[in-house]
Design a protein around this ligand. Structure first.
Ligand SMILES: [Zn+2]
Ligand SMILES: [Zn+2]
Length: 268
């Protein structure tokens, strides 16, 4: 089953992804702690809403963003930003557009008719904030999912929480914890196998051998936990990478080896 095409808000997503990665070293553990219960629920077995999605939601709040725009002192600037976001998430409200060029107000359009036209745009964005936030978060995820080095660091940080919270996890999800107090291995759903295969371009991320089986079918595909379950890694969908059988065997259940090797659109 091929993934369905979907409209994504890539510009907003790119901004959020950059912000969330840049702030990871200062706020990572706080954000993870803040969404602890949601994250634990999404990591016991592969879920389409990953720990990264929850981490991103710590930084994404359209309501707060609009609220902070009020300081601009010019309602036309607020409108531009709100309109751009609504447009980017592909929402099409049936609302009249303001005509700033036909207005004589020179003090931010707070007192004139323009304000009455813009207010419904702001209300509309706030009313649809869940939908807007979710789409921007999923768009940001598209970028972060490609950054195996960051995924490694993120899941290494998350493993500390898993270790600390093991008693809680065991109590709440007894079927998902082993006798050795580690998260239990789960099967990989087809959507996850395909995504990891596609992201890693059908090659082992360590030795770079071809796993596409186009010319030879000797090489077996292995989906590997970047942070192994044995060292408190999880089944989170963003903790996976593509390996060949021999690299998977030599990586073992303690190494967190990954690589940042990728295939650029072209080489410089
Ligand atoms: Zn005006
Ligand atoms: Zn390999």
């Amino acid at each position: 089953m091929a993934p369905k095409e979907q409209h994504l808000a890539l510009s907003s997503g790119l901004g959020l992804a950059g912000f969330a990665v840049a702030n990871f070293w200062d706020y990572g553990s706080e954000a993870i702690e803040c969404f602890k219960e949601e994250i634990i629920e999404s990591i016991i077995k592969p879920s389409k809403e990953t720990a990264i999605h929850h981490y991103l939601s710590f930084f994404q709040d359209i309501y707060k963003e609009i609220d902070s725009l009020e300081e601009y002192g010019d309602i036309s600037a607020i409108y531009e930003i709100v309109h751009r976001i609504i447009d980017e998430v592909n929402l099409t409200p049936n609302l009249p557009t303001p005509q700033f060029n036909k207005c004589n107000d020179q003090y931010g359009h707070f007192e004139c008719k323009c304000y009455e036209v813009i207010e419904p745009w702001i209300d509309y964005a706030i009313k649809n904030s869940k939908k807007i936030n979710d789409l921007i978060i999923h768009s940001a995820f598209q970028f972060i999912f490609q950054d195996r080095r960051f995924l490694h660091d993120f899941h290494l940080e998350l493993s500390k929480l898993i270790k600390d919270e093991m008693d809680f996890i065991k109590h709440k999800y007894p079927d998902y914890v082993t006798l050795k107090n580690r998260i239990r291995r789960q099967g990989f759903p087809i959507w996850l196998k395909q995504a990891v295969f596609y992201r890693d371009k059908g090659t082992c991320v360590i030795c770079r051998c071809d796993l596409s089986n186009l010319l030879r079918s000797q090489n077996q595909i292995h989906i590997d936990h970047i942070i192994p379950l044995n060292v408190f890694g999880t089944n989170d969908a963003s903790n996976m990478q593509l390996l060949c059988e021999s690299c998977n065997t030599s990586k073992g259940d303690k190494s967190t080896e990954t690589s940042s090797i990728n295939v650029p659109f072209w080489n410089l």
